[in-house]
Design a protein around this ligand. Structure first.
Ligand code: RIB
Length: 336
């Protein structure tokens, strides 16, 4: 059976173009559309054929793929998915990739083997063409992570503006030497958060210093290690924005180990608002993501697709909130 990539090859265009020619033909030049149509006919390509078979042969199971089940952020999103799924009579299969892209790709087999009716991916690091292709034949929704230039429905917050907001909060507190412990830079969310951090510095005429940007991997350990590097600098930062709460907690541990205090010596902020961030001492200033709601919306979208309804709106950007607690300290506009 011909695949979308075969059509793309025959027509001499990308898989993304074939996908657009099928879903949004008005966005593709008429001559390109013609090439795609000819290739579709010659190859007898049948988009969504399997998806149609699914609807008559349901498993009443959906699959959720997460990058790291040990991270409490994802368990909360999962709860949101399950609360809608169970009400509608669906079981949820869970797949953990342990941040491994090959494993992410392997989970797609579950759909191809018809062991699940649809899939919600909380990680989208595999190559774009594979993801676009699978989403043409099977119901797929992305939540949290996304890929650029795709038509797959996505639920997330605006990571750029959230990162800008939390960095600007540190600037308002008087900090001028603000470091950033990033998430893994192969993940689009990490790159978005770096953009927001940079934008906040630029609009406030602060220099972007490369040595102040250290790449972590969203784990406590990486927060600890990258903070230790920042502490070893001659002119160390007075504040640090960690791209998630786990790394912020790891960073605080490194600061304490050096006999320094948070926030008195160094202010630290996180991202996510996982449960422990309000219990931890000092309680974390962070960006709260509507984790449960993200799961709800993602599952509702998947149900629509499973029901054969057209999902016209593709991007669902939910509201975040800056939660100010103790770890950033200081008073707005004081000099540090
Ligand atoms: O904590 C891990 C990060 O990856 C979160 O900030 C969330 O956005 C997720 O996708």
């Amino acid at each position: 059976m011909a695949k979308m990539s075969d059509v793309a090859k025959k027509a001499g265009v990308s898989v993304a173009t074939v996908s657009r020619a099928l879903c949004k033909p008005e966005t593709v030049k008429p001559e390109t559309r013609k090439k795609v149509e000819v290739a579709i006919q010659e190859l007898n390509y049948k988009p969504n054929m399997l998806a149609r078979q699914f609807r008559t042969n349901e498993t009443k199971t959906i699959m959720v793929v997460v990058p790291d089940i040990a991270n409490p952020f994802f368990s909360r999103v999962l709860r949101g998915i399950e609360s809608v799924a169970h009400k509608k009579g669906y079981q949820v299969l869970l797949g953990d990739t342990s941040n491994n892209i090959d494993q992410e790709q392997r989970y797609l087999e579950i759909l191809k083997q018809r062991l699940a009716d649809g899939m919600i991916l909380l990680t989208a690091r595999m190559d774009k063409d594979s993801l676009l292709e699978i989403s043409q034949d099977y119901p797929v929704v992305l939540a949290c992570e996304y890929i650029e230039g795709s038509d797959i429905p996505i639920v997330s917050i605006d990571n750029i503006s959230s990162a800008r907001k939390v960095t600007e909060h540190l600037i308002k507190l008087g900090h001028t030497r603000i470091a950033h412990i990033t998430g893994p830079t192969n993940v689009i969310l990490s790159r978005d958060r770096i953009k927001g951090y940079k934008q906040a510095l630029e609009t406030n005429d602060l220099f972007y210093e490369e040595v102040f940007v250290q790449e972590g991997d969203f784990t406590y350990e990486s927060g600890f290690n990258q903070m230790s590097k920042l502490l070893a600098l001659n002119n160390r930062p007075s504040a640090v924005f960690a791209a998630n709460d786990e790394m912020a907690i790891g960073a605080i541990k490194a600061v304490k180990l050096q006999g320094l205090k948070v926030p008195e010596d160094i202010a630290i902020v996180g991202f996510d608002n996982i449960k422990v961030s309000s219990i931890f001492e000092p309680a974390l200033t962070t960006i709260s993501q509507p984790k449960f709601e993200m799961g709800n919306v993602a599952m509702e979208l998947l149900l629509k697709i499973l029901d054969g309804q057209e999902v016209k709106r593709k991007q669902f950007v939910l509201a975040d909130e800056l939660i100010i607690r103790e770890s950033c300290g200081g008073k707005v506009n004081s000099t540090i």
